[in-house]
Design a protein around this ligand. Structure first.
Ligand code: BV8
Length: 249
């Protein structure tokens, strides 16, 4: 059961904030049926060694196994629908143009399908294809033209197709991280939704926001590794809490 007094305090803070940032993690998509990494029961960490699958080394070790994992996850994302939490954020953004920035660690497209098409993607887009190696041709080949396979490969040079995500050990896209830093530094309220705070440097954005004066609100049914950065902890799920916080604003 959500604590109505906490919700009322956070709504008051949101009313007074000219700019709001929502920083989301895998828990944001849990109620859309997409497994999170960390949750013991359903977490992908429990089922796979992420270093084996979500890294270039793991992909090169066994491209077919890694590709099968991504194909399964892509099918899950395509079959999923945005949940009430995604829709509450998108509706708030429509009612208050320019006031909300969504920064997501997620590699699904549910924020975008709900309407937050300008979501800052820190870890890329799992539905996008890119080449494993840089294409040697001046006019790079298009991964969409790759010969079918698991993974698809270039018929000309054998280059493999990989998902357009940031793997462990890879640097986050500079432009996205810069945009995320600007958003968290400039917001009056940072809503941290559905993240364990275990993955860096994304997790560091929360203390950056706090140091810049943001009021930090963590929305999570469980404790997270960044709870000590919070001004308010809202124990609850994204699809329950976000509509309760945002729909009347
Ligand atoms: C890099 C794409 C450096 C792939 C992902 C310190 C600084 C910098 C780096 C590091 C550092 N310490 C360690 C590192 C290395 C590493 C890292 O962070 N390791 C961790 C495991 C310790 N970081 C990196 O490698 C990053 N790169 O640092 O490069 C560098 C420098 C120079 C030169 C070269 C390299 C890259 C990290 C990006 C990895 N890619 N995704 C793919 O998905 O296949 S991250 C991946 O894990 C997901 O995308 C997701 O973002 C992340 C998991 O985090 P969460 O989103 O928080 O999800 P999680 O499951 O953990 O938690 C879910 C939460 O939701 C839980 O708290 C749960 O309670 C809650 N929840 C559940 N249900 C609900 C809910 N909440 C609300 N509602 C619900 N219904």
């Amino acid at each position: 059961m959500m604590d109505e007094a906490v919700l009322a305090r956070v709504r008051e803070r949101l009313r007074g904030a000219t700019s709001v940032c929502a920083f989301t993690g895998a828990g944001m998509s849990a109620e859309s049926g997409i497994a999170t990494f960390r949750d013991a029961l359903t977490g992908l960490w429990a089922r796979f060694d992420p270093a084996q699958l979500a890294s270039e080394e793991g992909f090169r070790d066994d491209p077919a196994r890694a590709w099968a994992w991504y194909a399964e996850r892509r099918a899950g994302v395509r079959a999923a629908e945005p949940n009430a939490g995604h829709h509450a954020l998108a509706a708030f953004a429509r009612r208050h143009p320019g006031r909300l920035t969504v920064v997501s660690q997620n590699v699904d497209d549910l924020h975008q399908r709900a309407g937050n098409t300008d979501t800052v993607r820190l870890h890329g887009d799992m539905l996008a294809d890119r080449w494993l190696q840089r294409c040697p041709r001046a006019q790079a080949c298009d991964p969409a033209d790759a010969a079918p396979g698991t993974p698809p490969r270039c018929a000309e040079c054998g280059n493999l197709v990989r998902p357009g995500v940031v793997w462990f050990g890879e640097v986050l896209p500079g432009a996205a991280f810069d945009a995320a830093e600007r958003a968290v530094r400039g917001c009056g309220v940072l809503l941290v939704v559905g993240t364990s705070g275990a993955v860096w440097p994304a997790a560091g954005l929360v203390s950056l926001a706090r140091m810049a004066g943001a009021h930090v609100v963590i929305v999570n049914p469980q404790p997270s590794e960044i709870d000590d950065e919070a001004d308010e902890l809202v124990a609850g799920t994204a699809a329950e809490v976000l509509p309760a916080l945002l729909d009347t604003l």
